[in-house]
Design a protein around this ligand. Structure first.
Ligand code: GRF
Length: 203
């Protein structure tokens, strides 16, 4: 299976996925990094890890459809089977969603449906919860709303700030995400059934 990782920022999950994928017997390969922020640290990691990378400037396109059409071309060129979002700070639009329906996965730093969106860690701290966590889910048209594939709790400790809590969450992410992606590319999860179930719930 050929995987493209999409990232906008640091790319630590991208790196953990690449390392896992290079372990013996892994049935997939990270063939491409797609980045929507030129200068993102994820691009430096791709260079160091020798993974082909392409950065886009979405606002240089007339609209999201035009941007995603270009990304889709690239994915087709690389014969990508799966899209793995890893800190990609943009909603996936209909162009990519249709082409990769049920084959796009995301990781989110909370126990969804709690704290969707960009500030999940900060919101958990503000709310004063004792536990937050990590969710891996399939992507649909909503913001962090697709079918959940795995969740793992992470404790919030006294004296935590956003950095401390983010680091604790990311330690879990770096282990959990490769595990779930492995199950997906082995075909161990019936993603079609999960997406269908979700459609039925929302219509
Ligand atoms: C991760 O915490 C992930 O849950 C969220 O964005 C962050 C990306 O971190 N979607 P990194 O770029 O992989 O270091």
């Amino acid at each position: 299976m050929r995987i493209a990782v999409f990232a906008s920022g640091s790319g630590s999950n991208f790196e953990s996925l690449v390392k896992a994928s290079r372990e013996q017997g892994w049935p997939g390969e990270i063939v491409l990094l797609v980045c929507d922020r030129p200068g993102a640290k994820a691009l430096e990691r791709a260079e160091r890890l020798k993974v082909p990378a392409r950065s886009f400037v979405p606002k240089s396109y007339p609209d999201k459809a035009a941007y995603e059409a270009d990304v889709l071309h690239l994915l087709q060129e690389y014969r990508v089977d799966w899209i793995v979002l890893a800190g990609y700070m943009r909603l996936i639009g209909p162009t990519l969603l249709t082409a990769y329906y049920g084959r796009i996965v995301n990781i989110h730093p909370s126990l969804l449906p709690a704290f969707p969106g960009k500030h999940a860690v900060r919101q958990a701290l503000e709310k004063g919860v004792k536990w937050t966590g990590v969710t891996v889910h399939l992507v649909d048209e909503g913001m962090d709303t697709g079918p959940i594939l795995a969740q793992e709790p992470v404790p919030v400790k006294d004296g935590d700030d956003e950095t401390l809590l983010t680091n604790r969450i990311q330690t879990v992410e770096h282990r959990l995400y490769p595990e779930v992606v492995l199950r997906l590319i082995r075909g161990e999860i019936d993603t079609d059934a999960l997406m269908k179930q979700r459609e039925e719930q929302t219509t």
